[in-house]
Design a protein around this ligand. Structure first.
Ligand SMILES: [Fe+2]
Ligand SMILES: [Fe+2]
Length: 137
C-alpha cells in the first residue's frame, strides 16, 4: 500500500506484529493526515468537524477490534489497556467538543500535537506490548 507523505508517516517503529492491527493503525494515521491537510487548506468548520467525527468513529471501532483481539489471545494486561483506550476517547471527545463549541474556524495546533503523540506513543508504547514478535523495549 502506498502512502503520500503526510503529517505523520508510517514507519517500522509502528509495527505491532499483527497485520490486521497494523492496517487499522495505518487507516487512523491516514485519517489524521487528511484532517491535517484539510485544516491547512482552510476547509470549512462543518467539513473539519465531519472529518474529526469520522476519525473518532474509526478510533472507537479500532479500539473495540483491538480489545476483541486481545481477549481472543487472553492478553493479561487487557484491563489496563481498556482503561487507557477509554481515557484516550475521553480526551479526544474533549478536544472535539471544545472545537465545536469555540468560535475557531481552524483546528488548533494542540489537537494535532495530541493526535500525533497519541498515535505514536500509544502504538509504540502500549500496543507494541501485545506484539507476538516482541521487540525488546
Ligand atoms: Fe491500543
Ligand atoms: Fe491500537
Amino acid at each position: 500500500m502506498s502512502h503520500t507523505m503526510g503529517y505523520l508517516d508510517w514507519t517500522d517503529a509502528l509495527d505491532v506484529g499483527v497485520d490486521a492491527m497494523n492496517r487499522e493503525h495505518q487507516r487512523l494515521i491516514d485519517l489524521m493526515n487528511e484532517l491535517h491537510t484539510g485544516n491547512e487548506r482552510g476547509e470549512n468548520k462543518a467539513m473539519l468537524l465531519s472529518r474529526l467525527d469520522k476519525l473518532a468513529k474509526w478510533t472507537v471501532s479500532h479500539f473495540s477490534h483491538e480489545e476483541a483481539y486481545l481477549e481472543s489471545i487472553r492478553y493479561p494486561k487487557l484491563t489496563s489497556h481498556r482503561r487507557i483506550h477509554a481515557d484516550l476517547l475521553r480526551q479526544l471527545d474533549g478536544h472535539v467538543t471544545s472545537f465545536r463549541e469555540s468560535d475557531h474556524k481552524t483546528l488548533p495546533k494542540e489537537l494535532f500535537t495530541f493526535l500525533k503523540l497519541w498515535l505514536t506513543a500509544h502504538i509504540q508504547g502500549i500496543d507494541a506490548q501485545y506484539s507476538p514478535v516482541r521487540k525488546s523495549a
